[in-house]
Design a protein around this ligand. Structure first.
Ligand code: OGA
Ligand code: MN
Length: 310
């Protein structure tokens, strides 16, 4: 099946009415907003296939105004593939998972709220710098789906960056320098830069624990290539000296997060924002830690990243 892809989505998609459902390509072409759907109920095939087409076409979806239980969020997620566990469980760090028994094991609570002296979720209130989810495991999740339950009065915006656009527009010299190369990804630190319990400080990125993945990866469903950078901290390009690797990574990062590849999301309660970890990155700005922010996140299983040589 051939899907509409980012660069060739027709402009008539903006405001195209699909039955009661509306698909709007948001400015920048990095995220499609779906309206006129209620995710409480299973989506009929016809509606889901249009959502899926927009998903593969853009790499990110926004669906506002939802009111979901965890079970409903997981039912929605399951339509995109098998469910995946949160990162702490992927890394078998069961003890560091602070979610309570009331929360299903596939739900990842992203929150700064502390109850009875214990954080109810992950990532606190600080900045989460640019990353793609769980590049530090062998088979990173294909999709992450974040659902807003409580949000602060300001701050905490989440910005997405499209790595297919970044790869397509990368300087040919840099493209040649990384084609077929792999980078190693460190799992010592979380997305907000906190060292995971029981992992020693990383003094040399070459020694950091974690798998290597292709820096340019082929999307299994669209066949398109994207930059796959994981995160900047402790990344290392195999086969280069540490200095060469650092220099090349700095050049790639400078390009990858240019504003023209990004969409900044300002949250409302009831928003569902989902991104394709195989072809996007994201960051979250900090917010006032005295305010509450609670998101529930579902993850869809992915595959080992690969690069298909034509
Ligand atoms: C995540 C993440 C960003 C946010 O859940 O993977 O990076 O906005 N969250 O909380
Ligand atoms: Mn993340």
């Amino acid at each position: 099946m051939v899907y509409a892809l980012i660069c060739d989505l027709p402009s008539k998609w903006e405001k195209k009415i699909v039955g009661a459902m509306n698909v709007t390509l948001l400015p920048g072409g990095v995220c499609a907003e779906i309206s006129g759907v209620n995710l409480c109920r299973p989506l009929i095939d016809n509606v889901f296939s249009k959502i899926y087409k927009a998903w593969l076409g853009t790499g990110a979806l926004l669906i506002r105004g939802q009111c979901l239980t965890d079970k409903q969020l997981l039912t929605f997620a399951k339509q995109f593939g098998d469910l995946e566990f949160p990162p702490s469980k992927l890394l078998s760090l069961m003890n560091s998972d602070s979610s309570s028994d009331k929360i299903p094991s596939h739900i990842n609570v992203i929150s700064n709220v502390v109850e009875n002296g214990r954080p109810i979720g992950q990532l606190g209130a600080g900045e989460a710098s640019w990353h793609t989810d769980s590049a530090f495991v062998e088979e990173p999740p294909a999709a992450s789906i974040l659902y807003a339950i409580e949000i602060p009065s300001k701050g905490g915006n989440t910005t997405l960056a499209n790595m297919t656009k970044a790869w397509d527009s990368l300087d040919p010299v840099l493209r040649a320098a990384i084609r077929g190369k792999k980078a190693k990804h460190d799992y010592t630190y979380t997305s907000v830069g906190e060292r995971r319990k029981d992992f020693p400080e990383v003094l040399d990125p070459r020694e950091a624990p974690g798998p290597a993945h292709p820096i340019v990866r082929t999307h299994p469903d669209t066949g398109r290539e994207s930059l796959y950078l994981g995160r900047r901290l402790n990344c290392y390009i195999l086969g280069l000296s540490l200095n060469e690797s650092e220099k090349l990574l700095d050049q790639l990062w400078k390009h990858a997060v240019k504003p023209e590849f990004t969409y900044e999301h300002v949250w409302q309660v009831g928003d569902v924002l989902m991104w394709d970890n195989r072809c996007t990155m994201h960051r979250r700005e900090a917010f006032d830690k005295s305010e509450r922010r609670i998101m529930h996140r579902a993850q869809v299983k992915g595959e080992r990243p690969y690069f298909e040589v034509e």
